[in-house]
Design a protein around this ligand. Structure first.
Ligand SMILES: NC(=O)c1ccc[n+]([C@@H]2O[C@H](COP(=O)([O-])OP(=O)(O)OC[C@H]3O[C@@H](n4cnc5c(N)ncnc54)[C@H](O)[C@@H]3O)[C@@H](O)[C@H]2O)c1
Ligand SMILES: [Fe+2]
Length: 382
């Protein structure tokens, strides 16, 4: 069995990491940046922090900020058109998952014009060329899109989100500067942090998991369990640890896949605009219970990473319950709703469950599933 790990060429971590952008631009001899970001980040001053770095080094750029939360096919089209007019030769993606994912789709289409319709890139895409070089600046500690080979786009007409998996979209440089994350409102820190936890737990238990990715995922769980609550209070050290945890989980799950928490969360984002991390956080404990018997000893290690004592002496039933309870407690403490009441409408169940079943993440779930069981899982949450 040969395992493959794909990562950035280089990543910078810690307060002040954004200053490294100018030397990377110079090293790579890039001429003009296409900055891909969103209106919220313009407002929060995040884009300005980066343009200040570029201005200081006299580097040219153009800003494209027409990216919605849960970016759409139209956002990608607009980005491709704008890039073509821009004269840029690389992209600086500044964002959470939405802006970074849109940037990845644009960068792939520019260098693989035969895939001009982003829908044709769904699943494991068959592109021939690497994307336009991306420097990805993370502003949330959650999706880790700065180090993943995935991007997620929403088809607003069909009310569905689709995942594209393509090693050609890996950003060459990742900037993981917690200074970019201090302006996140509480709810965003909580939701994105729970997204990172979901990556870590699903990545740790997914079918393709192996020793190296287990190491990333377990460390991520340990950091999130210890620091997410404080990060929500905007504690600086906690923000730094969450930035690291998110990146570590990304290093892992990007290379091994996820499971049906993500499959079930994606249609909620597409249908109701539910923030990705909130959807994941609500669904995670229920799916953990569903998967528990198919994960060997792994829930013992999850419980231990949460700081639970005496896990070695626990029976499978005990450590599985301990792991699920710890996740529930953390979600509760950071004000995540307990269920999908008021979020999902039972009348949409058939369509949503079908969409979840067909999601690219479903294949990685430790327990093989089917439409009826996915419907039951949603019903438990309603
Ligand atoms: N590529 C991947 O591997 C991957 C993995 C998981 C999720 N995703 C996708 O990523 C998207 C979610 O991304 P997200 O959770 O990072 O949120 P987001 O990018 O959608 O951002 C949410 C909102 O928060 C604002 N924001 C972001 N950072 C901020 C900051 N530092 N200060 C103030 N405001 C800030 C944005 O302007 C936006 O309005 C979803 O579409 C999801 O499907 C992608
Ligand atoms: Fe996610």
């Amino acid at each position: 069995m040969v395992n493959r790990i794909i990562l950035n060429e280089v990543s910078y971590h810690g307060f002040g990491a954004i200053e490294s952008i100018s030397s990377e631009v110079e090293k790579n001899k890039f001429k003009k940046a296409f900055i891909c970001t969103d209106p919220g980040l313009i407002k929060a001053g995040a884009a300005k922090k980066i343009t200040d770095v570029l201005d200081k080094a006299n580097l040219e750029y153009l800003i494209f900020s027409d990216v919605q939360q849960n970016p759409t096919i139209e956002n990608v089209k607009a980005g491709v058109e704008k890039f073509k007019e821009s004269g840029a030769d690389y992209i600086i993606a500044i964002g959470g998952g939405s802006a970074m994912d849109c940037a990845k789709a644009v960068a792939i289409i520019i260098n693989n014009p035969e895939f001009s319709d982003v829908r044709s890139l769904e699943g494991v895409a068959d592109t021939k060329n690497k994307c336009v070089p991306i420097i990805a600046v993370a502003t949330t500690a959650g999706t880790a899109a700065e180090v993943t080979i995935n991007y997620v786009i929403t088809d607003a007409q069909k009310n569905r989100k689709f995942v594209c998996v393509d090693p050609h979209d890996m950003p060459i440089v990742a900037i993981v500067d917690p200074g970019m994350m201090m302006t996140m409102p509480k709810e965003l820190t909580a939701a994105t942090g729970m997204d990172a936890l979901t990556h870590a737990i699903e990545g740790f238990t997914t079918k393709a998991a192996w020793e190296m990715t287990d190491m990333f995922h377990l460390k991520a769980i340990e950091l999130i369990a210890k620091y997410l609550r404080k990060a929500v209070e905007n504690d600086k050290e906690a923000k730094e640890k969450m930035a690291l945890a998110s990146y570590l989980a990304g290093m892992g799950f990007s290379n091994v896949g996820l499971g049906i928490v993500h499959s079930m969360a994606h249609p909620l984002g597409a249908f109701y605009g539910t923030p990705h991390g909130v959807a994941n956080a609500i669904i995670l404990p229920t799916v953990m219970e569903y998967n528990a018997e198919y994960t060997g000893e792994k829930f013992r290690e999850i419980a231990k990473a949460f700081g639970i004592k005496h896990t070695r002496k626990m029976t499978p039933e005990e450590y599985r319950k301990a792991a699920v309870d710890a996740v529930k407690q953390l979600a509760h403490d950071v004000d995540i709703p307990e269920n999908l009441k008021g979020i999902m409408d039972i009348k949409d169940l058939d369509f949503i469950a079908e969409s979840a079943l067909n999601d690219v993440c479903t294949g990685g779930n430790p327990r093989d599933t089917n439409l009826e069981e996915i419907k039951e899982l949603y019903k438990k949450l309603l």
